[in-house]
Ligand binder design. Structure first.
Ligand code: HPA
Ligand code: ZN
Length: 338
């Protein structure tokens, strides 16, 4: 198949997105408008200047801008707009199910509480269910540069909203903040019945992936691209089919890889690991889910079978109930058998 046909296939296939930070979908134009609305002085002279500032040399240089950007999110309507814009984009890209991370501490540390952001998210998710025929789950993510006590407090504060949350996660500055730091709060989250995910092996070593599996008992690893440095880990991930939610353009923008042509996603897939494509922070990294696929198609030799496998894996690795997974896997089969 030609590259343009492969891109059409990407657009046609129903897909799930499992690694997405809602604060990372804040487009410069919305940031600009919300700053005006709330009379916030931005350190940028125009929307274009915001865009031009998005040059990063590692995870931390991105996080500094990402937390600064999130400061324009102040009221319920802002959180609604943010979520609605993302879900509308998903609909355009034929993404039928999403599991969206949000960082409560980014907001509660600014005195913006769950009672502000959760109703905003809920309204957008309900509207998407009704009007776009898509499902969205929420993943409460703890900031790993903060203490475990703060994470425990964050979990407790979420209590009125537990029914809206399907998993907890772990994000922010990885190096120096290993999964072992969050063992208690993950055990508490498991006891409450939440699914568990954690970022590991993005900048951090394979040992962090082992810790996330053995100490935090996660269901999925976010990123995990450094697992290829550890053959025993590769065997384990393959045997256990522990999903890795891989984000190619994120890895490029944060200098985890020098070029997409050097990305290991195809090797991971061909080695039998349960990997799929995600966008992470699309507004900052230059593309939503389908653009991540297009970058892979342009720079790597990806077959139509690889694309179908990646789309199928996104459904299989989701927290959807089995009957809904089967429904979407059947749809993928129907499309590919025509
Ligand atoms: N890694 C860690 N923390 C994050 C990321 C990421 O890619 N995006 C938003 N928070
Ligand atoms: Zn991430």
């Amino acid at each position: 198949m030609q590259k343009n046909e492969l891109k059409q296939l990407v657009q046609q296939l129903p897909k799930a997105e499992l690694h997405l930070h809602i604060e990372g979908t804040l487009e410069p134009a919305l940031m600009w408008r919300l700053a005006k609305k709330h009379n916030i002085a931005l350190p940028f002279s125009s929307v274009e200047a915001i865009q031009q500032a998005y040059q990063f040399n590692n995870l931390q240089s991105f996080l500094d801008l990402y937390y600064q950007g999130a400061d324009v999110l102040r009221d319920e309507d802002d959180f609604f707009e943010l979520m609605w814009a993302y879900l509308s984009k998903c609909h355009e890209q034929n993404i039928v199910h999403v599991e969206v991370m949000f960082d409560p501490q980014t907001h509660t540390t600014r005195d913006i509480g769950y009672d502000v952001f959760m109703p905003g998210f809920a309204k957008a998710i309900e509207k998407a269910k009704a009007e776009l025929d898509m499902s969205a789950y929420l993943i409460l993510s703890f900031l790993r540069h903060m203490s475990e006590d703060s994470a425990i407090e964050t979990l407790e504060q979420a209590k009125p909203y537990y029914s809206m949350i399907s998993a907890v996660g772990l994000d922010s500055s990885e190096l120096g903040n290993p999964p072992s730091k969050f063992q208690r709060v993950f055990a508490q989250s498991a006891a409450l019945g939440f699914n568990l995910v954690a970022h590991a092996g993005e900048e951090g070593p394979p040992e962090y992936i082992w810790e996330a599996i053995n100490l935090l008992k996660v269901d999925r690893i976010d990123h995990g691209v450094r697992s290829s440095e550890d053959p025993k880990l590769m065997t384990y991930l393959k045997e256990q089919q522990i999903p890795l939610t891989v984000c190619p353009l994120s890895n490029l923008k944060l200098c985890v890889v020098d070029d997409i042509s050097q990305h290991n996603i195809v090797e991971l897939l061909h080695d039998g690991l349960l990997v799929m494509v995600n966008s992470d922070d699309p507004s900052y990294f230059g593309g939503y889910l389908n653009e991540n696929f297009y970058a892979l198609i342009d720079k790597l030799s990806l077959s139509s079978q690889d694309i179908v496998a990646l789309a199928s894996n996104s459904i299989t690795a989701s927290f959807l109930p089995e009957n809904e997974k089967q429904h979407w896997l059947n749809k993928i089969q129907e499309i590919t058998s025509n």
